[in-house]
Design a protein around this ligand. Sequence first.
Ligand code: CA
Ligand code: CA
Length: 90
Amino acid sequence: MLTKNITPIMALILIASTAMADEAPMADVSIDTDGDGVYTLSEIQVAFPTISADDFMVLDANGDGVVDMIEAQAGADAGLIPMEEKSTDG
Ligand SMILES: [Ca+2]
Ligand SMILES: [Ca+2]
C-alpha cells in the first residue's frame, strides 16, 4: 500500500495541531488598521478613545513604542484595555 492515501480528516488534524502550537495571539484587525501586528498609540486611541498616552505607556511594558499582542493581552487582563470578549467560535 502506498502511504499517500492520507484522509482529509488526517490532514485537517495535522493542520489544526500545527496552528494550535502557535500560541501567539492574532492582532485584532479592527484595531491594527495597518496590519503590522502591533498596536500604536493612534491605533489604540481610534479603537479605545478613553486610553490616554499615559495608559499606553503602561501598556507598552517593554517601552518599544508599540503594544504587541502579548502586551495587549496583559493590558486586557489588567482591565487597561476594555477588550470585549469576541464571540469567535472555539
Ligand atoms: Ca499596527
Ligand atoms: Ca511594546
